[in-house]
Design a binder for this molecule. Structure first.
Ligand code: ZN
Length: 509
């Protein structure tokens, strides 16, 4: 008798649980069922920018089903937020985790920041073909939701092969547009370009307009790392706006910056050009990472690739901010250079910074390696000016395995440094830039916001302690203050570690 009764009860529980889950997929239930969770005593930043409000939030299956003042039912799991902030999970629109999601699906450095959805395929470089890549992720899901953008350079190489150092013919452009359309139909959510990089840099505006039009017809957007972020950044911005207007496509400007000495301090002027375009009806949004330093190899500062030409080197060093702003981070042939600037190394040796640069190039070439360097990309007043515009969101340009501290630190850094310490942004506004603003660009109506009926992608953090801890020396150091992270209603980060759950989905437009 007893066994039968317990079986019956188990069956009833299962039916109840699964019908709750099914129900939540279509129209969210308002009544709690077994398996629901209530977060009490939370201060809710709902993602829209509205002030924080105290509320309880009920999660059933993968949805938020109730927000307000109510008592949990007896059978519900209760999480006492103890006054922590509850926000929608952060959406990272520029994330380079493409290659690492299969080997590290838990994505610890990402969930530890509160990221619940990430978008791969930035800078013109994407998985290809898109469909099998997305299918593999459906079979072997990650802890986070993932969406993919089709890469312009990736498609360009499909059509032009190794013969890409020229403008494409009309016939080749038509093929690229066709492949863009195919990628969109396979599940890509937009088109990205990286016009400062090798393959993308040889394209002309017409090619980009044609491909963007194909993306626009399939409800995609155009995300771009523009042709130049330094001396010619205004020309590059104008080309980007022209593409948006000619192709009738929404724009996402990647990692907005004015990054050479000639344009330092010109963020207000840059903003004026963008806001004039927005007034004309161009749907222009941008993202920005919260760091004033870039990290790359020592050759990257030479746009003309004349590494041993003293005049070119002198100009390049001056453009990046001078030899006292370029620090060697890694150099196997001479580890004693590490953590010194080019100016310091030159002085120690009694030679000019130009001679020192050329010496490091030669020593690197001889050992078949290149020195790792960091340099100053922006001045603080420009970063602040960009972040304070309502159309600028937060994105990392990092990802799993990124050696720049932004890969593990971006979102907590904005909350700790720009909200709490510097007071550039209010907390609700910063949260909006991490949630509903990227969701707006992605066309996602049920994520990036805390509302009844939305998906339960949530992060619970302590606004008094949240901060990044990753540095150039220790890029994988996890941040503090992120307490719990839910993806589709399941806890993925709790008690300062991953739970091991992988409820992430492949997300469409
Ligand atoms: Zn980029």
């Amino acid at each position: 008798m007893r066994t039968w009764l317990s079986l019956l009860l188990k069956a009833a529980f299962l039916i109840c649980f699964f019908s709750g889950a099914l129900c939540a997929q279509t129209s969210p239930p308002s009544a709690p069922g077994a398996g629901s969770t209530v977060i009490i005593n939370a201060r809710v930043a709902d993602g829209t920018g509205k002030p924080l409000r105290k509320a309880s939030v009920r999660i059933a299956a993968d949805h938020i089903v109730r927000i307000g003042t109510f008592e949990p039912e007896k059978n519900e799991r209760i999480i006492d937020a103890k006054g922590l902030v509850l926000a929608p999970g952060f959406i990272d629109i520029h994330n380079h985790s493409t290659d690492d999601l299969q080997s590290d699906p838990i994505a610890e450095t990402q969930i530890a920041q509160g990221i619940t959805s990430l978008i791969v395929g930035a800078d013109g470089d994407s998985p290809w073909p898109i469909l099998p890549w997305l299918d593999a992720l459906r079979k072997n899901p990650a802890a986070v939701n993932v969406a993919a953008i089709a890469g312009h350079a990736t498609i360009r190489e499909q059509v032009m092969g190794k013969d890409f150092k020229r403008h494409a013919t009309a016939e080749e452009m038509a093929k690229m547009a066709k492949l863009t359309e195919q990628a969109m139909q396979e599940g890509a959510i937009g088109l990205s370009s990286g016009l400062e990089y090798e393959v993308g840099s040889y394209s002309n505006t017409d090619e980009l307009v044609l491909m963007s039009s194909a993306a626009a017809q399939n409800h995609g957007f155009y995300m771009t790392h523009i042709r130049d972020e330094g001396n010619k950044s205004f020309e590059a911005l104008n080309e980007e706006i022209a593409i948006g207007e000619r192709a009738h496509i929404p724009i996402e400007h990647s990692h907005i910056k004015v990054s050479t000495v000639a344009v330092w301090g010109k963020a207000p002027e840059y903003i004026r050009v963008i806001e004039a375009a927005r007034k004309r009806g161009v749907d222009f949004l941008a993202d920005c990472y919260p760091y004033d330093a870039w990290a790359s190899n020592i050759k990257v500062i030479m746009p003309d690739k004349q590494y041993e030409n003293p005049q070119s080197v002198e100009k390049a060093l001056a453009d990046t901010g001078g030899p006292d702003t370029v620090t060697i981070t890694e150099f196997k042939p001479h580890p004693e250079y590490e953590n010194h600037t080019i100016a310091e190394l030159a002085k120690q040796r009694g030679i000019s910074p130009v001679q020192m640069y050329i010496q490091i190039i030669r020593e690197g070439d001889a050992a078949n390696t290149e020195a790792g360097v960091i340099g100053k990309s922006m001045i603080e007043s420009d970063i602040k000016a960009f972040y304070q515009r309502p159309w600028v969101m937060v994105a990392s340009d990092g990802g799993i395995g990124s050696h720049h501290p932004r890969g593990a630190g971006t979102f907590p850094r904005v909350l700790g440094l720009y909200v709490r310490e510097k007071r550039w942004l209010t907390l609700p506004e910063a949260v909006r830039k991490m949630t509903s603003l990227p969701a707006q660009r992605l066309g996602w109506k049920d994520r990036g916001v805390i509302r009844e009926g939305a998906f339960a992608d949530l992060v619970l953090f302590d606004p008094d302690t949240v901060i990044d801890r990753s540095t150039f020396a220790k890029p994988f150091e996890l941040p503090s203050g992120i307490e719990k992270v839910f993806v589709n209603g399941e806890l993925v980060w709790d008690d300062r570690k991953p739970t091991g759950a992988r409820p992430g989905r492949v997300l469409p437009k």
